[in-house]
Ligand binder design. Sequence first.
Ligand code: FES
Length: 158
Amino acid sequence: MTEMEFKEKLSKLESIINEHKNQQGALMPVLNETQELFGYLPEEAQKRISEELDISMAEIYGVATFYSRFTLKPRGKHTIGVCLGTACYVKNAQEIIDRIKKEIKISAGETTDDGLFTLEATRCIGCCGLAPVMTVGEDVYGKIVPEDVTDIIKKYQG
Ligand code: FES
């Protein structure tokens, strides 16, 4: 996003804050809408929320890191999800995630420096018959083994 776009979003944030300002428990709806607006919770936005709602930065950080729907950094172009639900877990999903971590050199919850991938460990996504399951954006890869990871990732690197 350009600096101009960022500034425009910051002014939209002002109206989001004003809309919720006098309401009890304003923080969650404001953070939700901020996440939607920017795609993450930029520090500048957190500062404004902190000032306007009179909530400490520490409290905002606590909420932002507790709920997985909030991210403090922009998400990558592709989100890689590895299901760690029971069915996938017993079929070695942990090995899949370890292989991905090695391959793109980030941990779960992080984004690669080139902005291409964000890695997430997820709960059951309802495809247990395909366990272990890995997703890249909307694409679902089932019954995979760690050796498949390199080729799957390659498809999105070009
Ligand atoms: S446990 Fe992984 S899809 Fe259900």
